[in-house]
Design a protein around this ligand. Structure first.
Ligand code: DX5
Ligand code: ZN
Length: 241
């Protein structure tokens, strides 16, 4: 298994899709999910963030495998699954089988992180590792060459609609610097409290993928909100759409 995007380039033919806004459906109206997903797709996004919560690792329960299966049948957007669950190893295979093209697991719950990341890659998906705001970057020193993507949480995970933690900007900038210093090519994703006010600072700090729930799905113009974020962060994919 090679580098980033191997799990999806074959199907989409475009690693460029890794510079993106990934709208989080956690903030969508679930009764109108298909309709709202079409709106962001029309705006030019190519991925969709699916927040999976187990009421154990995080104090909230959200959605799981059946929703991923339904989305897979109704859209060709890349499904970016963020597993906020205590025992991700048990479910990696099920999410990939359901249609996840990106699977992100939390460092805090993976005692054998290298093994878990390899499993995701073996299954042909993009392997992401997420860090809570209180987890230092240094915990990933050994893993950075292995992971396809690092997700920097900019809120304490568990709920949508929380305020962006400003210290995340410095964490992202340090991660970007490490990436350049070590000549690595993982992507940097940020998640939590992302909006039109902080998108340009996030792009400048080195983010490749902005996850945004409330600021997209709670906007009057869902597609327009996604495009604004991409433009402010200077992410190429949506600007070309
Ligand atoms: C938080 C989730 C986020 C959440 C972001 O635990 O991981 O993906 O949906 O929502 P907003 O953009 O509303 O902060
Ligand atoms: Zn998320």
């Amino acid at each position: 298994m090679g580098k980033i995007g191997d799990g999806w380039t074959s199907r989409r033919g475009a690693t460029q899709a890794m510079s993106e806004v990934s709208p989080s459906i956690l903030a969508a109206d679930f009764a109108r999910l298909g309709e709202q997903v079409e709106e962001v797709q029309r705006a030019g996004v190519t991925m969709l963030h699916v927040d999976v919560m187990d009421g154990h690792f995080v104090p909230n329960i959200s959605i799981g495998v059946p929703v991923v299966e339904s989305l897979r049948r109704s859209t060709d957007l890349i499904l970016d699954c963020h597993l906020m669950i205590s025992d991700p190893d048990r479910y990696i295979e099920a999410f990939v089988a359901a249609g996840a093209r990106m699977v992100t697991i939390h460092q805090e719950v993976c005692p054998h992180l290298g093994r878990s990341v390899n499993r995701i890659k073996e299954l042909g998906a993009v392997a992401g590792v997420a860090l809570n705001p209180s987890t230092p970057l240094s915990t990933l020193d050994e893993m950075l060459p292995e992971a396809d993507l690092i997700l920097v949480m900019s809120v304490h995970p568990g709920f949508g609609g929380q305020a962006f933690l400003p210290s995340s900007l410095d964490k992202i900038a340090r991660l970007d610097r490490t990436r350049r210093d070590r000549g690595l090519d993982f992507k940097i994703q940020v998640d939590g409290g992302v909006n039109a006010g902080n998108a340009s600072a996030l792009g400048a700090a080195g983010c490749d993928i902005l996850v945004a729930g409330s600021s997209v799905f709670r906007a009057d113009d869902i597609g327009g909100a996604a495009r604004t974020l991409a433009e402010r962060a200077n992410l190429p994919t949506l600007r070309r759409a």
